[in-house]
Design a protein around this ligand. Structure first.
Ligand code: SF4
Length: 317
């Protein structure tokens, strides 16, 4: 799956940036209490032009980036997302989005055939009552203290398996859901990879809300161990737990303006200009001191994303 371009770049550079999370859109139709991707410093909701986004992807590919993860806000709300996914695949990248499920339907998956490798579904709770408390639902639902997130996920997940898309599941553990048993729902969603995150406070993004939501490291690790035990029979699924220590300084990110950033000190450190203005390499070099390649590898950052995801039934479920 790896392109010739990327392979050539990898041999040229001794240390290349393998994976980038591009937070391509600020806006979101959900209102999760713990969200650390609100981009509070951006007053408006910038919409990058299609050709600018393609250029950004081309610069990333030339820098050796192998995997691009489109995230948000809600990336499915961006009008150029489909075009960018096709372009990233044309450039030889492994493509992924993380979504709350918005607009992921059969026509979208038909259009994405051959271009989209992975979809991460964000699911935090075993009931929608708990999702409502976490703000994990459409804004109108949350305003009425309800959520129908699980109903939507149970429609989307089987479609992803049918289309042979790799299914990731992302769960954020907070003080509210630390004792929740998510294993029955995981058995229904059947992810190939389940990432469990300790809710992370980022200065200026979510730190006010996190005072009530923060979960102790011990409780977080108990949550991960509990689910590993509950789901031990599922050999085809990888469970990856990331506490705050692991998350800080191990993500390379791009914001909706094209600024490159890292999070090593619990706050975002941005390149002074967008990569569209100063070039991706230079923007990255400004912030790369906030990224630790060794710890990135330790957190399984270079997991086997080139593996063909198994569609349809997964043995053991
Ligand atoms: S769906 Fe994602 S981007 Fe939207 S509010 Fe929730 S965590 Fe934030």
């Amino acid at each position: 799956m790896q392109s010739k371009t990327n392979t050539q770049n990898k041999t040229k550079n001794t240390k290349t940036l393998a994976a980038v999370n591009w937070h391509c859109y600020k806006a979101c139709n959900y209102s999760c209490n713990f969200c650390y991707a609100r981009f509070e410093d951006l007053k408006a909701t910038p919409v990058m032009a299609e050709n600018e986004g393609r250029h950004l992807l081309q610069m990333m590919a030339e820098a050796g980036v192998e995997k691009i993860n489109f995230v948000g806000g809600e990336p499915m709300l961006h009008r150029h997302l489909e075009s960018w996914i096709h372009e990233a695949k044309r450039l030889g990248m492994v493509t992924s989005i993380v979504s709350n499920g918005t607009n992921i339907d059969r026509p979208f998956l038909e259009r994405m055939k051959g271009s989209l490798d992975w979809i991460g579904l964000s699911i935090d709770a075993s009931t929608d009552e708990l999702h409502a408390k976490l703000g994990r639902g459409l804004r109108g639902e949350i305003a009425n203290n309800t959520s129908h997130h699980i109903d939507r996920m149970l429609v989307v997940a089987p479609l992803l398996h049918e289309y042979g898309i790799g299914v990731k599941m992302n769960t954020v553990v907070t003080d509210l859901n630390k004792s929740d048993d998510l294993s029955p729902l995981v058995r229904l969603i059947r992810p190939h990879r389940w990432k469990i995150f300790q809710a992370l406070a980022i200065e200026g993004e979510n730190d006010d809300d996190m005072e009530a939501l923060a979960v102790e490291s011990a409780a977080f690790h108990h949550y991960v161990r509990f689910h590993e035990k509950q789901l031990a029979e599922i050999k085809e699924m990888t469970i990856v737990g990331e506490d705050n220590t692991v998350m800080l300084g191990t993500y390379a990110m791009v914001d909706p303006l094209g600024r490159v950033y890292t999070n090593v000190e619990g706050r975002y450190k941005y390149s002074i200009h967008s990569a569209l203005v100063m070039g991706f390499d230079e923007a990255w070099s400004e912030v790369s001191s906030g990224f630790d390649q060794r710890r990135f590898e330790q957190r399984d950052g270079e997991w086997d994303w080139n593996r063909e995801p198994t569609g349809g039934e997964i043995h053991g479920y």
